[in-house]
Each structure stands twice: as structure tokens, then as C-alpha cells.
Design a protein around this ligand. Sequence first.
Ligand code: SF4
Ligand code: SF4
Length: 161
Amino acid sequence: MGERMIPLPTAHPAAGPPCHECSALCCRYFALEIDAPEDRDDFETIKWYLIHGNAWIWVESGDWYLQVDQPCRYLGPDNGCTIYDRRPQICRDYGLPEKLDHPEDPLCDYFSQGVPHDMEFRTMEEVDAYAATFLARKEADRAKRSAAAKRAWKERRRETR
Ligand code: SF4
Ligand code: SF4
């Protein structure tokens, strides 16, 4: 099967979200920030997320997110919102108002199509591979700090004798 072609955005962010020429990309998933994993249990939780359909994890600037690719039940066949007047606040804020708080971020999904995140995880195996490296490095750091603390303690003892 050929690689999926991603159309390049034609609009400019300064003009606002070009919803009229978009296939409602932002209405086809939800994403929640989660705690960055620190230990084996945390990685097991992330693996549990990933065994569910259409769930994946992405990481940007050290922040971890769980995303579930599932269209909103109120998205119409014409890519319009069928509850526009009573859509949730988060839908109203997405795009320009949100941009004011995060000027460095792309205006919306339309402008970040095809841009990879710092890290992405879609399978348990990917998480296991990352966890093995992360936990080994963490253990090495801990051992290094512990050895340094012992050396400092011995040094202090020698000085006070
Ligand atoms: S992704 Fe952007 S352009 Fe597309 S519908 Fe959402 S706000 Fe509009
Ligand atoms: S409520 Fe409307 S704007 Fe919000 S995600 Fe659903 S379709 Fe999109």
C-alpha cells in the first residue's frame, strides 16, 4: 500500500484557522496530557492505554499526551459541527484564542499536519524498548549520585578526624 499523502496547508496562520478548506481534523480525536512515566509501573500503564483501539502516545517538549483517534459524535457528514451553538468551550477556544496562550505552537492541526512529535508510541513493544533505555539510564544516574554521596561523606569524616 502506498504512503498516505498529506496535503500541504495553503492558508496562512495569521488569517486564522481555514476551517472551510479543512476536513475537520481537530474534531477527529481527543488528547489528554498525562504524567511523564518515571518507573516500571508507569510504563505498564502506558502499555495498557496502547492496547486500546486508536490510542497512541506522543511527547512534545517533555510533555506526554494520550491521544485517541475517534471522531466527535456531533461531526456532520459535511465536516461541520451539528451542535455549533452549544459546542464545548474547548472547541470554541481551539485555534486563535488558544494561540494567544501558546504563540510558539502551530495555530491548529491544519498547520501541523505531517509534522512528527518529539516521540510517538503506538505499540507495547515501542514502549518496552524506550522503557528499557530510560530505566537503565535512570538507574545509572542513581548509582552515580549514590557513589558521589558516599565519597563526600567519607571525605567529611576524614576532615573531622
Ligand atoms: S484543524 Fe484548524 S482548520 Fe481544521 S477545522 Fe480545526 S481549527 Fe479549523
Ligand atoms: S462539538 Fe463540534 S466543534 Fe466540537 S469536536 Fe464536536 S464537531 Fe467539532
